[in-house]
Design a protein around this ligand. Sequence first.
Ligand SMILES: Cc1cc2nc3c(=O)[nH]c(=O)nc-3n(C[C@H](O)[C@H](O)[C@H](O)COP(=O)(O)OP(=O)(O)OC[C@H]3O[C@@H](n4cnc5c(N)ncnc54)[C@H](O)[C@@H]3O)c2cc1C
Length: 298
Amino acid sequence: MTRPCDALPPVRGTYTHGAPLKDLVWFRVGGPAEVLFRPADADDLATFLAARPCDMAVTVIGVGSNLLVRDGGIPGVVIRLPAAFSKIIVDGTRLRAGAAALDSAAARTAADAGIAGLEFLRGVPGTVGGALRMNAGCYGSEVKDILVECTAIDGTGAKQIWTSAQMGFSYRHCAVPDDVIFVEALFEGMRDEPAAVRARMEQLLGRREGSQPVRSKTGGSTFKNPPGHKAWQLISDAGCRGLKVGGAQVSEMHSNFLINTGDARAADIEALGEEVRARVKAKFGIVLEWEIRRVGVP
Ligand SMILES: Cc1cc2nc3c(=O)[nH]c(=O)nc-3n(C[C@H](O)[C@H](O)[C@H](O)COP(=O)(O)OP(=O)(O)OC[C@H]3O[C@@H](n4cnc5c(N)ncnc54)[C@H](O)[C@@H]3O)c2cc1C
């Protein structure tokens, strides 16, 4: 495995060696990136991917609202798309959004332009890139319903267009290879009055604030809902609500959320998640699948 210090290609963006990631992710835990790369633009990202040794590990992150970075950090190069990738442009009932744009910004821009259908994104605290990778969704809508196509750069630096049908979307999953980095999405909604769209958006936001610990250090829903079940219900009925390991706790408010109560290590959060899985398996024979992506080394 080629280490970044030996072979970082020249770029226009910035490299930071040993960059702390804690402050870049919602859980506020985890070790550093061996190298953090912020590309200047999509061409710079493509240049990097084409020129790096093919065995150099590359991990892309959004704003880390679905990520548990382990305490040993992430070896290789971690890519975080900067503000240059966050433009949002409206064209009729379509909206073109850079992968670093926040989902909430995309939803608000759509509402102001009188485009309905993106309201659900208002409460998803990630980026457009993370939403594409995770097929983010809530309250009966998901990215697959509004995506026309997206632009991406693959692991060799080649630009690609993926149509919605090619993405292989399923519940909190897309089948696009892991080395593909999304740089832009084209969404389509329907014409409506801005005030009506805004009202629906605020209603969804209100529902969320009443039921989820949205101001905590958390990674959102920890486990996928198993077919025919709600993960939170299984976790609660297995007696895990409020359960603690070190500084990590199962939320009292929403039992599918794990929380860093202040001084948790990533290892506490992961161990707590595994304890929850073991208790649910023992009580119901159901194996919970992690929705949160765990990255890096322990
Ligand atoms: C309070 C809270 C509430 C939440 N509610 C919801 C909800 O209602 N519905 C829902 O679906 N999710 C929810 N989440 C989870 C999370 O917000 C989503 O999964 C979101 O889409 C992740 O986006 P991100 O930018 O934070 O990605 P990250 O967490 O940084 O990364 C997630 C995955 O996406 C990949 N990725 C990120 N950017 C790119 C890119 N440009 N190209 C390719 N891959 C990329 C990463 O490699 C990683 O595998 C919630 C999280 C929190 C903390």
